[in-house]
Design a binder for this molecule. Sequence first.
Ligand SMILES: NC(=O)c1ccc[n+]([C@@H]2O[C@H](COP(=O)([O-])OP(=O)(O)OC[C@H]3O[C@@H](n4cnc5c(N)ncnc54)[C@H](O)[C@@H]3O)[C@@H](O)[C@H]2O)c1
Length: 313
Amino acid sequence: MKRLAGKVAIVTGAGRGIGAAIALAFAREGASVVLAELDVGTARETAARIADETGSQNVLAVETDVTQSVSVQRAVAQAEQAFGPVDTLVNNAGINVFRDPLTMTDDDWRRCFAVDLDGVWNGCRAVLPGMVERGDGRIVNISSRAWLGGFGQANYSAAKGGVVSLTRSLAIEFAAKGVTVNAVAPGIVDTPLFRNFAPAVQDKLKASVPVRRIGTADDIALAVEFFLDPAASYVTGQTLYVLSLAGFTAERREIQRGIDFLVATQKPDGSWPMISRSTPNGEPGSSKLLTPITCTASSWSTLGLVRLVPKKP
Ligand SMILES: NC(=O)c1ccc[n+]([C@@H]2O[C@H](COP(=O)([O-])OP(=O)(O)OC[C@H]3O[C@@H](n4cnc5c(N)ncnc54)[C@H](O)[C@@H]3O)[C@@H](O)[C@H]2O)c1
């Protein structure tokens, strides 16, 4: 018998990326899965692909905005109508709003919190009453290694830190009621964001990982599945990092030494031809060149780098 046979799971933000991999993994293991997604068109395509790949009839895409509690409650109601009581929830939907803290707008701050933290709470609140009543439930919240802090992501870090705190509090609150609440904190994952980096940057990132590869969405799905295992009923309030520990500690050391920020240099034609790492006291011009890359302004902002320095003539 499949490990998740008879389970009813909701995965938020499951139209693509990590959420889609989690939904596929659940369906493979026999769970009925609801993809609760803002972009319902993509979610429907993903649901069809999952049904095709697994042969499951029990895969449903439901339009959901996790920032709106009513919308999440509606998704839970639709899931229950289709498949029965929801016993598994993965709060995966999330957005990155990388900004320099000093230029971040109120909207940048709130948008990030609305999806990354309010969204998790809205999900938990919508399923907890039923789970508590039945004495059975598993909730897994997707945080990020970034909750430990990082440059250019004060809002994202704070929201993802809130996810860890919320996870621990709810775990304590509901442990005796048969509901476990855990978190998964991925490091960098092979998603379109990573693939948009220049090959040289990708190589550098890979080289910083002891296993010499970047994590995949399937790596994250496996970690989530662990918390669903019947044998994991004693495990609650935990945050499971899915990343390279060695790379992680090196990065922390650099942050503690105050070295870690990166500098983009803009050419007069508007292109961003290089990224360099700053030295502790150095001017950007004296920074050590990491790698020459071709970088557009939009891919630049997704890199989460924090200093934009026009090149001196
Ligand atoms: N990709 C990484 O390297 C990485 C690293 C650490 C943590 N994470 C976390 O993993 C989770 C998934 O990341 P991903 O890389 O797969 O992201 P992604 O952008 O590929 O997918 C996120 C999905 O969430 C959906 N979504 C956004 N806002 C929503 C809303 N208001 N309501 C419902 N759905 C919404 C999007 O439409 C999208 O389908 C996020 O919480 C992210 O913060 C990702």
